[in-house]
Every structure is written in structure tokens, then in C-alpha cells.
Design a protein around this ligand. Structure first.
Ligand code: C5P
Length: 408
């Protein structure tokens, strides 16, 4: 059995892994809903899932034998667990019980579902289903957040009445909802086929081996843009100054220190990308001569000679071939005026201006607001979290890029 290579968006292979919870009865319907949407579905189930639903039912619905043993000679002869893991375009674990979630998080490989999750290169989706107290327990929450950090996707749980009589969060999402999300997962995204290069964070300009000049940029806005762009289907290269942030899933990160390093990394990558966003708070000046040894305090005053750094954004904007180039303008006054000036002076396609005079917004904060300006238009993106703002900005970029490509 080979991977489905058709271009039909819905002819993808879904490996449905059914854990041993009462919601397992809904998984029979989930197979129907997935097949209705054009997916090819194979089922693996845990031993305890068999207490809730029979393999025969699942076989009849999926049209394939159902595997439940890691080392079953007959099943391994038909399609071994590694082959199943390779066959899948997406693994959907539904229901994912608290036990199964803990075991996937621990990387167990002593039964079929956890081993398949370990062995697959396909994305893995977990649909939690358990009693509300088990769901809320600290250990389950820790397990789920660990899985999220490892790029496992979590859908649900829903909230409502539970089989045990309790009411609260822990219900497996309805089969139609899971099937719709699966369809959405494979749908072409707004930035599919685009490649984004961006800079983020501060740069550090060494004074001597132990000291440097830098600024308070946290890199949060740039990392939010990198994550949103990858989620929207773009190939992303993120050139980052020193920050304390984890690399978003699917993003290629290049770490740099100084402005010159950042420029070198950007120029080495620019021709492979069709969009550039300069989000870094680049140091405008560097020390003229970095001391080889730690500078000693000898007098009450000291002077540091500084020289201008290259402008990365302007260099990219005047490079051939030239990506669609977007800059940021962090201002404390007359934001629109300075941003428009920068748009023209640096020959940009678009500029995202923010007022950094308020401590709640912009630099080092979790929220921001932007005024986005391009050749013949502008739009205000009101204050919100940086992740939402990143999506809104990228949506505007995709629109302007499409207009430019259409010659509008
Ligand atoms: O000129 P100013 O520093 O205000 O411009 C800000 C924009 O220019 C940001 O997009 C920043 O990333 C970029 N920039 C740059 N290289 C510099 C200075 C700023 O890429 N040396």
C-alpha cells in the first residue's frame, strides 16, 4: 500500500488511532465522516478500545483490517506498524484518553498506538476525551502542553455532559467537527507557495569580550509573524538576534549576534525567498573598534567611538532580485509621518508602524497595534495580542503581494 499521490486535496491517508474510552463509539461515525470527505481511513486501536467497540465494525466502515497488536504476525504481514506510520498523511488519535496522552508524551513504544505516534513523520492530532477532573488535573495539563511544544496538534476537548454524569470540559469533539478540521488541515492556505525571510529581536554590538550595546526588543512580534506565516503555509526562515524564545514549528531559524552577522545571514538567504520582513530592532551604530581584552576602568570618563551600521532593510529593498519588502517603524511621536517617510526612503512595498511610547504595546509587550501603510493605501490594525496581529498583517501582505503579481 503506497501513499496517495493524487493532487485531489481530500485524497489523503488518515490513520485513526482509537484509545480505550467511552467516546470510542463515536470513532465509528468519525470514519464515515472522514470517508464522506474523500479521505482514505485506516484504523489502529488499543486493546482497551476493543472493550468499547469491535474491530469488525471499524473494519466494515474503513474497508481495511484493523490493527491492535504491535507484534501480530498476521497484521505485520499485511501492513506493519512502521509501514502504517509511513502510509499516514495525518494521524488522528480519537479518543485520546488521559492514559494514552501520558504515554504518548512519555514516548512509550510498548503498544501499537504510541509506537505509531513515535514512528510517523506525519503530523499527529490528539482529540482528548476524559472525565473533566482528569482533564483538569495538573499532570494531564502538563502532558498536553508538552505535546503542544513538540508540535503535536490538539483538537478539543469540548465541554458538556459526560458519560460519568459530570458536566465540564473533556468531551471528545463531535465526529463532524473532527472531520471538518481534518479537511481544513489539508486545505491550501493563504501563504502556500510563498517563502518568507524575516529578522527579529535585537542585535548586539560588542564593546569588548564581555560588554555590548543592545536594546530591549524581545523578538515576540517577529516570532509571532514567523509562526503565523508557517501556519498559513509559507516556508519561513527567521534570522534572529539573541532572544529567549522557542523556535516556532516548521520555521528554519538562523541565530546571529551583531548587525553585520544579521546582514550576512539575510543576504545569504534573500534570493530563496519572495517576501522579506525587517522586524528586528537593529542597532543603528556599532563600536568602531572592538577591544580584544576587557576594557579596564582607568579614568572617570570614557568615550566610545561609534560608526553607523548597514541598513539591512534598505539593502534588501535595493537588491536584485528583490523580494516584496516590508519594514517596521517603531516611533514615539508623529508615527504616520515618520513611517511614510521610511516607506519612500527605504524603497519598501509596505511599512508597519507602531507607537512604542505606551508600555502596554510594542516593545517587549505581548500586545501591539499597527498602522500598515503601502503605496496607495493604509489600514489600522487595532491593539490585540501579537499572534492575532501577525495573522492580520500577513493577510494584508498576501493581498498586496497578489495585487502586485496581478499588476494592479
Ligand atoms: O530606520 P529605522 O531603524 O527606524 O527603521 C526600522 C526598520 O528598518 C525596521 O524594519 C528594522 O528592522 C529595519 N532596520 C534594518 N537595519 C538597520 C536599521 C533598521 O533592517 N540597520
Amino acid at each position: 500500500m503506497s501513499k496517495n499521490t493524487s493532487n485531489n486535496q481530500t485524497s489523503k491517508n488518515i490513520l485513526l488511532a482509537i484509545g480505550g474510552g467511552i467516546a470510542a463509539y463515536k470513532s465509528a461515525d468519525l470514519i464515515r465522516r472522514l470517508k464522506e470527505r474523500g479521505f482514505d481511513v485506516r484504523v489502529v486501536m488499543s486493546q482497551s478500545a476493543k472493550e468499547f467497540i469491535t474491530p469488525l465494525t471499524l473494519q466494515a466502515l474503513s474497508g481495511y483490517p484493523v490493527a491492535s497488536d504491535l507484534l501480530d504476525t498476521a497484521a505485520e504481514a499485511a501492513m506493519g506498524h512502521i509501514e502504517l506510520a509511513k502510509w499516514a498523511d495525518l494521524v488522528v488519535v480519537a479518543p485520546a484518553t488521559a492514559n494514552l496522552i501520558a504515554r504518548i508524551n512519555a514516548g512509550m513504544a510498548d503498544e501499537l498506538i504510541t509506537t505509531t505516534c513515535l514512528a510517523t513523520e506525519a503530523p499527529v492530532v490528539i482529540c482528548p476525551a476524559m472525565n473533566r477532573q482528569m482533564y483538569r488535573s495538573q499532570v494531564t495539563q502538563e502532558n498536553l502542553s508538552n505535546l503542544l511544544k513538540r508540535d503535536i496538534i490538539i483538537w478539543g476537548p469540548g465541554s458538556g455532559s459526560q458519560a460519568c454524569g459530570d458536566i465540564g470540559p473533556g468531551r471528545m469533539l463531535e465526529p463532524t467537527d473532527i472531520a471538518d478540521r481534518t479537511l481544513q488541515f489539508f486545505a491550501p492556505k493563504l501563504l502556500t507557495g510563498q517563502s518568507l525571510l524575516l529578522t527579529a529581536g535585537p542585535t548586539r554590538e560588542a564593546i569588548d569580550p564581555v560588554r555590548y550595546i543592545s536594546n530591549h526588543s524581545s523578538g515576540k512580534m517577529g516570532f509571532a509573524i514567523a509562526k503565523a506565516a508557517a501556519d498559513m503555509g509559507a516556508k519561513v526562515t527567521l534570522v534572529s538576534g539573541p532572544v529567549n524564545l522557542t523556535t516556532p514549528a516548521g520555521v528554519n531559524r538562523v541565530d546571529v549576534q551583531s548587525t553585520q552577522d544579521m546582514l550576512d545571514a539575510v543576504m545569504a538567504n534573500v534570493e530563496e525567498h519572495n517576501i522579506f520582513i525587517g522586524c528586528a530592532a537593529v542597532a543603528d551604530y556599532r563600536v568602531a573598534e572592538i577591544a580584544d581584552e576587557k576594557i579596564k576602568k582607568s579614568s572617570t570618563d570614557m568615550q566610545l567611538a561609534l560608526v553607523r551600521n548597514p541598513d539591512i532593510l534598505a539593502t534588501v529593498a535595493s537588491h536584485t532580485p528583490r523580494p516584496f519588502t516590508i519594514g517596521f517603524a517603531a516611533e514615539t511621536q508623529d508615527v504616520e509621518h515618520y513611517a511614510k517617510d521610511k516607506l519612500v526612503r527605504k524603497k519598501l512595498d509596505m511599512i508597519a508602524a507602531n507607537d512604542v511610547s505606551s508600555p502596554e504595546l510594542g516593545f517587549n509587550a505581548d500586545s501591539n497595534a499597527l498602522k500598515v501603510i503601502w503605496g496607495d493605501g493604509q489600514q489600522d490594525l487595532p491593539a490585540t495580542d501579537k499572534q492575532t496581529l501577525a495573522k492580520q498583517l500577513l493577510t494584508l501582505i498576501a493581498k498586496q503581494l497578489a495585487n502586485k503579481q496581478d499588476g494592479k
